[in-house]
Ligand binder design. Structure first.
Ligand code: SF4
Length: 338
């Protein structure tokens, strides 16, 4: 099948429509804006009540999240920071988990404005790892001491679900003898960052033993999303991406990871979008996201926007957004991408 024919058969409308509620998405731009505006001047006692709810490890409502997002008083922010740290200790203690990225392919049929991998970027050199190369890369990652990795793929027929499932099997097959000669080291968990897929393809990944399935919405703002992802590409379909995790759950993958690419749009709106996403997964499947990621946009060769977006997030705002997410979705792992 040629690339254009492949692109045309990826999106299955019925695998979008079944998750809509009365024909509507769980992202309601007007509702998010209203929440942020109505909670613009938070009452300190309300903030403290919300912190108590977080400390009992309960998912906050979007309204409560909007209250925390609007706190600017330094003393209250410090109380929030302490509560966030306490939530982290209660759920995870001092545990921190590392995983290494393994980029398997940078071929991509999409043209996201901010990304160096986009198909119309002539500066990008393209490569897809062969099974032998994946094997050798995995050996190197194991020798660095890693037990978990995340394999990353562009969206392309050459890196389709079958290729991803085969690469998962290759990675699990690699064993390195320990320095003492007793036993072996290997990768215990292969997480996947790939494009949204149909349920049928997601089942292939489930059968191959996928760890966490990770898809970032990039931005939850439909208008901004449309500006950055050309309409005639697969990724231009906002809803196909928005329900990627719903389909993963239906395919049996109940370990899903959501995220937004901070820097594309207003960071408060994105936090609200992530919290709405967690609520909808809980509502429809009884289980929220396993992790939330908050990559920050960095300069990419050939991408003007990556250095000039009006929404780039400074360190202060970044710390606030991580803190609010820790409090809003207390049971979820938070992933810092370096
Ligand atoms: S789909 Fe992913 S890899 Fe492809 S251009 Fe967009 S951001 Fe880059």
């Amino acid at each position: 099948m040629d690339v254009q024919a492949w692109v045309k058969q990826v999106i299955r409308q019925e695998e979008i429509d079944k998750y809509l509620v009365k024909g509507k998405d769980f992202i309601d731009e007007k509702k998010i804006r209203t929440n942020l505006e109505q909670q613009a001047h938070p009452d300190p006692q309300r903030v403290r009540d919300i912190l108590q709810k977080s400390l009992s490890i309960k998912l906050l409502t979007p309204e409560e999240t909007a209250v925390l997002l609007n706190v600017t008083d330094p003393a209250l922010l410090e109380e929030m920071r302490e509560a966030a740290l306490e939530v982290k200790k209660r759920v995870y203690d001092n545990r921190i988990v590392f995983f290494a990225p393994l980029y398997c392919s940078n071929l991509c049929v999409n043209r996201c404005v901010y990304c160096g991998f986009r198909s119309d970027n002539p500066e990008e050199k393209r490569h897809i790892l062969s099974p032998e190369e994946i094997y050798r890369e995995t050996e190197a990652i194991i020798d660095e001491g890693h037990k978990r990795l995340i394999a990353v793929y562009g969206e392309h027929p050459k890196s389709d679900a079958d290729y991803i499932a085969d690469s998962i099997s290759t990675i699990y097959a690699v064993k390195r003898t320990t320095p003492s000669g007793n036993g072996f080291n290997n990768i215990r968990r292969v997480n996947i960052n790939a494009a949204p897929m149909a349920v049928e393809d997601l089942r292939k990944l489930w059968r191959a033993g996928i760890g966490t399935f990770q898809v970032f919405q990039e931005t939850y703002h439909p208008g901004r999303y449309a500006e950055l992802h050309p309409a005639n590409t697969i990724k231009g379909n906002f809803r196909w991406r928005l329900y990627a995790m719903h389909r993963a759950m239906d395919a049996g993958i109940d370990d899903v990871a959501i995220g937004a690419l901070f820097g594309l749009y207003d960071w408060k709106f994105e936090v609200m979008g992530l919290v709405e996403h967690a609520h909808d997964l809980e509502r429809q499947f009884g289980i929220g996201p396993h992790t939330i990621s908050f990559p920050r946009m960095q300069p990419a060769p050939g991408s003007f926007l990556s250095e000039n977006s009006p929404y780039l997030v400074d360190d202060d705002a970044f710390k606030r957004l991580v803190m609010v997410l820790r409090l809003a979705v207390p049971y979820t792992g938070l992933i810092v991408t370096a």
